[in-house]
Each structure stands twice: as C-alpha cells, then as structure tokens.
Design a protein. Structure first.
Length: 95
C-alpha cells in the first residue's frame, strides 16, 4: 500500500525557503536539493515506518547531502510532513 505524503503549511514554507537558499547564484544547488526532497518523499510514500520515532509518534527522515530532515506523523494511509527542518537550528523551534 502506498501512502500519500502531505506537507503542512509550515513544512511547505520551510522547504521553499531552503530551496530558495540553495537557488542563490553562488550556491546553485536547488536541483540537487529538490531531487533529495523528492527522493525522501518517495521513501516516505513507500515505507514511512522505515524512519525512527524521535518524539512519541513524530518521525524524522534525514535528507541525504543536506542538513535537513522531514519531521512527520503517520495517520492511516497519509504521511503528514510537519516540518522541513534545518538540523543545525534549535530543535525546540520546530513544530
């Protein structure tokens, strides 16, 4: 059974901010970032239980090559992404 991955508004905003940062001319890694985000989405849709719980029912999926993680909860057949969080920020500031 494939799960549906849904980004909550905060997660969408954070992902867009990260994409925009990597899109700067001197960085130019927005395609790589988007590719890793989409790759992680595919893993979440295929098997969201693959990633560990970090707090009660909240799970964390790290993006490869980037210091970001998707924090999410599973609700029946939906993966609700709560945050696209830069892992060098204070963990108390997400959610």
């Amino acid at each position: 059974m494939a799960f549906v991955v849904v980004y909550k508004p905060l997660a969408l905003l954070e992902a867009k901010e990260a994409y925009d940062w990597y899109a700067q001319d001197h960085i130019n890694m927005q395609s790589d970032f988007l590719e890793q985000l989409e790759r992680t989405d595919r893993f979440l849709a295929a098997n969201p239980y693959l990633y560990p719980c970090v707090e009660q029912t909240i799970r964390r999926a790290n993006l490869n090559q980037f210091p970001y993680a998707l924090f999410y909860v599973i609700d029946e057949n939906t993966v609700n992404v709560l945050s696209c969080f830069h892992q060098n920020r204070d963990s108390k500031s997400w959610g």
